[in-house]
Design a protein around this ligand. Structure first.
Ligand code: ATP
Length: 308
């Protein structure tokens, strides 16, 4: 990360959120992402209908809401894995409309998702090298395209090894990703995302499938992303994680932003209790159906391949 990025001002990061309005769609002093009038329908269902949202730079923002609220669809739209029916959004003031996921990644916005069976067939170090290309599927990365990163192979491998050491995965370097535990896969995903040195890291359910022993370590790694000046936006059902590490929480229900604020204020907000916590208070949904998540990821990758 360059010096400009890590330089903090009082309007950047968690400090800048002090006194920010808790009305849905409130303005932030230093937004890295600004989205307007984003809608996405599937047949007769409106999955996302976000009037306005701003994500504060250098802070950790949680996106929460009941199942089917539209969180993952919103992630897909922001990162180019899906196209909205309407709306516009920017990263650092630059429009991302119609920009392919790997270009979005190279512009500084990277997302993680549940590891797929496809990536499970690659070794840990191969997965890391894949990260250097942005977010391409295995088919793109395969032999004919190796020349794209071949010249920089040494540099890429050095960076990959540094990240593997940081995430305590260096001993797993030559293992297939499929042999890793759920938590180790999450760490690998996070490490891989950092290969492009992103300014914004988006994590989709980072705690799902992670055993309690690795949860603390994962939390520490997420905080370290913020400590080095990055912005984190994550979708999560694990309320303990949301409470522990979020500087700001945005709540979605039925496609709309219904509340936002600090974790304390959001969890005491009647609109949130009605929309979400009433049904899911403190439930740990980390046992979410793995197969469903994997199917979602495979669909995302297929969409990306089709878009090429
Ligand atoms: N490709 C699709 N085709 C049809 N409907 C879809 C598609 N993707 C999502 N939906 C629907 O859009 C709505 C929002 O789904 P989404 O997965 O974004 O919610 P979510 O908040 O991420 O839920 P969860 O917490 O369960 O992951 C749901 O009703 C879902 O069934």
């Amino acid at each position: 990360m360059d010096a400009e990025m890590t330089e903090q001002t009082s309007t950047t990061g968690p400090a800048g959120l002090v006194g920010v309005s808790t009305e849905p769609g409130s303005k932030k002093p230093d937004p890295i992402v600004v989205a307007d009038n984003i809608t996405r329908t599937f047949g007769g269902l409106t999955a996302v209908d976000v009037d306005h949202v701003e994500i504060q730079r250098g802070a950790i923002t949680a996106l929460i809401g009941p199942n089917g609220a539209g969180k993952t669809t919103f992630f897909n739209l922001l990162t180019g894995f899906d196209q909205p029916n309407s709306g516009s959004w920017t990263l650092d003031g630059k429009s991302l409309k119609g920009v392919a996921p790997y270009k979005v990644a190279r512009l500084g916005m990277v997302r993680t998702f549940q590891l797929t069976k496809v990536l499970a067939k690659l070794t840990v170090i191969e997965n890391m090298r894949l990260g250097a290309t942005g977010q391409k599927g295995e088919r793109f990365w395969a032999a004919p395209f190796k020349f794209l990163w071949g010249k920089q192979e040494d540099e890429v491998t050095k960076k990959a090894d540094e990240l593997l050491a940081r995430f305590l995965l260096d001993k797993k370097r030559e293992d297939f990703a499929g042999s890793l535990s759920g938590g180790q896969r999450k760490l690998l995903e996070m490490a891989r995302a950092l290969m492009v040195d992103p300014e914004l890291v988006m994590l989709d359910e980072p705690m799902a499938g992670v055993n309690p022993a690795l949860k603390q370590s994962l939390l520490g790694h997420v905080k370290s992303l913020r400590d080095e000046g990055r912005t984190v936006l994550f979708v999560e059902h694990d309320m303990d994680m949301v409470r522990d590490i979020s500087d700001w929480v945005v709540v979605m229900a039925q496609g709309k932003i219904v509340a936002e604020g600090t974790p304390e204020s959001v969890m005491a907000d009647q609109r949130v209790i009605d929309a979400y916590l009433g049904a899911h208070h403190d439930t740990d949904l980390s046992e979410l159906d793995e197969e469903r998540l994997e199917a979602e990821v495979e669909a995302e990758i297929a969409q990306e391949e089709d878009a090429k």
